[in-house]
Design a protein around this ligand. Sequence first.
Ligand code: HEC
Ligand code: HEC
Ligand code: HEC
Ligand code: HEC
Length: 188
Amino acid sequence: MNWRKIFKPSAKLSIFTLVIGGAVFGAVAFYAGQTTLHATSTDEFCMTCHSNHSLQDEVLASAHGDNESGIVVNCRDCHLPREPFAYLQKKIAVSPDLWRFVTTPGFNTQEHLEEHRLEWAELTHDYLRSIDSSTCQACHARVYDDPPPENMSRMAVGMHTMNKNRDEAERETCIDCHKGVAHPYPEA
Ligand code: HEC
Ligand code: HEC
Ligand code: HEC
Ligand code: HEC
């Protein structure tokens, strides 16, 4: 067997074969990626590392788990963006968590969560600000409707209208006003 032969662009492999081969490889890689990303976006997946943290119970006790519509909002609905590119970016950004999980003694304890809650809440707010709370807006799409939804409280209509009429640079994003909508927000 001559190794050099393998790496030499072969005349026998026509361009056609290379293109088809590339397309098949691409499709397989894409599918595998999709499946992995999907499996890494369920509540169960989040709770594999956070299993001793009260996070899921907190959601169930909040308006996002205990409401008249009977809807339980999933972790990913708030924490992961929906747009495929932003989603991939976030996934890559959080992959060091696997390393931290393995190397942080006592990570998966309630004490560790309480100790870091404020710091993590701020990281989460920074992230949500960076995407203009797009995950919140995906469900609450009518907040800035004109006229406002008829069942929205007057206080809410007043604040949302005021915010909408601000210059873009001054405008606040959902979580600037709505902290602790799923977990108890730690007052500093
Ligand atoms: C591989 C283990 C692991 C999995 C799975 C995991 N996390 Fe985490 N998570 C961590 C670790 C470790 C930290 C602490 C990171 C640090 O010290 O900054 C963390 C921190 C966080 C924070 C705090 C803010 C931040 O950005 O660091 C949030 C929010 C969070 N996780 C949400 C989630 C959600 C939602 C899921 C499911 C999509 C999830 N986690 C799945 C290990 C994990
Ligand atoms: C998957 C859809 C979904 C997502 C994502 C979502 N919400 Fe909600 N939200 C709901 C539902 C359902 C309710 C309960 C409505 C009811 O009371 O019937 C609710 C209720 C609320 C309320 C009123 C109750 C309260 O706690 O004061 C606020 C405020 C709110 N959401 C803000 C947010 C913010 C901020 C985000 C992003 C961090 C967000 N929501 C993400 C579906 C969602
Ligand atoms: C300038 C502050 C401010 C901003 C920004 C803001 N809100 Fe509100 N929102 C309020 C206030 C104040 C209320 C009324 C009190 C409450 O329910 O918390 C309210 C109420 C709500 C409610 C309950 C409405 C009802 O009465 O049925 C939802 C849902 C909500 N906001 C979602 C959002 C979402 C999603 C965003 C981002 C698109 C957002 N808000 C941006 C201040 C704000
Ligand atoms: C309705 C939206 C929403 C849902 C659902 C949600 N979170 Fe959060 N999460 C937030 C917001 C907003 C923060 C930032 C802190 C705050 O405002 O309370 C946060 C903060 C966190 C933090 C940092 C610690 C803290 O309390 O601030 C972790 C870890 C976390 N979430 C994990 C999860 C996991 C795991 C799930 C699913 C079991 C989940 N979240 C479901 C919106 C949500």
